[in-house]
Every structure is written in structure tokens, then in C-alpha cells.
Design a binder for this molecule. Structure first.
Ligand code: NI
Length: 262
């Protein structure tokens, strides 16, 4: 059984054919899809989708691109309430994004990220971290605010081997997506080879970043087989083993087998 631990089924690009997308995911033996919200509206929508499809679960939170709309007094109680839902398994997608010059102010991004990392620890839920061109600050915030028993994943991971060592020491997981299959993938192949297999996750980040040979299309969960195959190649193990291990990892982190599936 495969898992897609990062897939934005709530995106409007899936509005018209969600049933077919889920059917194709099941057809390649995907048994677990985690849909992380990026703000209040998409978090709510992710929960709704999880209520409709058995294999779909949700994460809730405020993404750095939406963090200027985050109002602690309003949204912290909201996240707490969503977290009580049996199919909400994580806080995310949260983090820092320094890629865009006209993005949200960095001090706002940091404050909203810190708040949600702390909240996840309190709620006993793992975090799903988006870190784009913000490695130093993202690492520092997680280090300072993540409760010892809490865990999480750096999704679409792009850090160095040195940073990887620090994340592994904290018990965190590394998620890899379509870019792992790109010819110009730089650090990711080395990091995959370096990290223990039991800390790797495969994800699509659909509808974005479709893997080779489907690059340029709308991405969807069923394409994850290409990412699994590439990861297995870099890890020098069979694709079947890679799939089995990443699914065990996803379950260890997100505990979907004990979550209520109704
Ligand atoms: Ni995402």
C-alpha cells in the first residue's frame, strides 16, 4: 500500500473530477492521502473531503503565504476545534517561505509559524513544515518550539546533508516530491542516500510539481509511483521495499491506522 502524505485535494483544480482522482489513487494501491490546509477555508475543505473519502485525512493550519490573515485570537481556537476531528492528524501546512521578495513580512511569518509549532506540541499532533529558502530560521524555530514528544515532516525537503543531520536528531521526517525525479535535482538525491530509510516519506504536493515523465501536467496522487521508484533508485533498494517502508513511516508519524475512518 502506498501513501501520499501531502496532497492538496482541496485545490480548485480538483473541483470537477475529485471522484476520478481518488479512484485513480486507489487503483495504484494508495491507501492514505493527507490533505493539508493552508488557511481557514482550505483547512475546512480538507476536513470535508476527509469526511467524504475513507482514504483521505486532513491537516489544518496557516501557510506562510496566508499568514498575514492569521488572527491568533480567532484562529487558534479554530485550530484547536478542528484538531478534535477524528480525521485531523497534523498541523500544517505551516512554515516559512522566503522565496518571493513580495511575500509576507518575515517577522509575521516567523511569529505565525512559532505559534503553530507550539500549538501542535500542545495538541500532541505532528507538524507539516513548508520551508522554502528559509532553512536556518525554519530549523531554529522548530528547535526552539517543538515539544519533545512531538514530531513532524519537512515537506518537499530541500535542505543540505548538514541540516538533515539536525532534523534527524530531532526525530523529524523528510518528505520528497516530484522534484526528486527532475534531472536537475541537486541536494535531494544525496540527502535520500544519506538519511535512514525509516525517516523518508513520499508525497506529491498535488496539484503542483508533477514528477517526470508527467512534468508540466496537473499533478495527482496516482503519479506518486514515479517518486517512489526514483527514491528506491537513490536508496538502492527495491521499489516494493521503498513503498512498504515509506508507508510504515507515514503510519508511525500520522497514525492513520488508529484514527477513526468514519
Ligand atoms: Ni503543499
Amino acid at each position: 500500500m502506498l501513501t501520499d502524505t501531502h496532497c492538496h485535494l482541496d485545490d480548485e483544480q480538483f473541483q470537477d473530477d475529485l471522484n476520478a482522482v481518488i479512484d485513480r489513487a486507489k487503483a495504484v494501491d494508495i491507501g492514505f492521502i493527507l490533505d493539508p490546509g493552508v488557511n481557514a477555508e482550505t483547512s475546512r475543505r480538507a476536513i470535508e473531503i476527509s469526511e467524504t473519502y475513507e482514504i483521505v485525512y486532513a491537516a489544518v493550519g496557516y501557510h506562510p503565504s496566508d499568514c498575514v490573515d492569521f488572527d491568533a485570537a480567532r484562529h487558534i481556537p479554530m485550530i484547536r476545534q478542528w484538531a478534535e476531528h477524528p480525521k485531523v492528524l497534523a498541523i500544517g501546512e505551516i512554515g516559512l517561505d522566503y522565496y518571493y521578495d513580495d511575500g509576507a513580512p518575515r517577522d509575521v511569518q516567523k511569529r505565525v509559524f512559532e505559534t503553530q509549532v507550539g500549538l501542535a506540541g500542545e495538541l500532541g499532533l505532528p507538524i507539516i513544515v513548508h520551508d522554502r529558502d528559509a532553512h536556518g530560521d525554519a530549523l531554529a524555530i522548530v528547535k526552539a518550539n517543538l515539544n519533545q514528544e512531538a514530531s513532524g515532516v519537512f515537506h518537499c525537503y530541500g535542505g543540505s546533508v548538514e541540516m538533515t543531520r539536525e532534523l534527524l536528531d530531532m526525530g523529524l521526517y523528510l518528505g520528497f516530491d516530484g522534484p526528486l525525479t527532475f534531472k536537475n535535482a541537486r541536494k535531494a538525491p544525496d540527502v535520500v542516500a544519506y538519511a535512514p530509510a525509516d525517516r523518508l516519506l513520499i508525497e506529491t504536493d498535488s496539484p503542483y510539481m508533477a514528477p517526470v515523465p508527467l512534468r508540466g501536467r496537473r499533478n495527482e496522487s496516482s503519479y506518486i509511483v514515479h517518486i517512489a521508484a526514483k527514491m528506491a533508485e537513490y536508496k538502492n533498494i527495491s521499489v516494493d521495499d521503498m513503498i512498504r517502508i515509506t508507508t510504515e513511516n507515514a503510519n508511525r508519524l500520522f497514525r492513520f491506522d488508529t484514527a477513526c475512518a468514519s
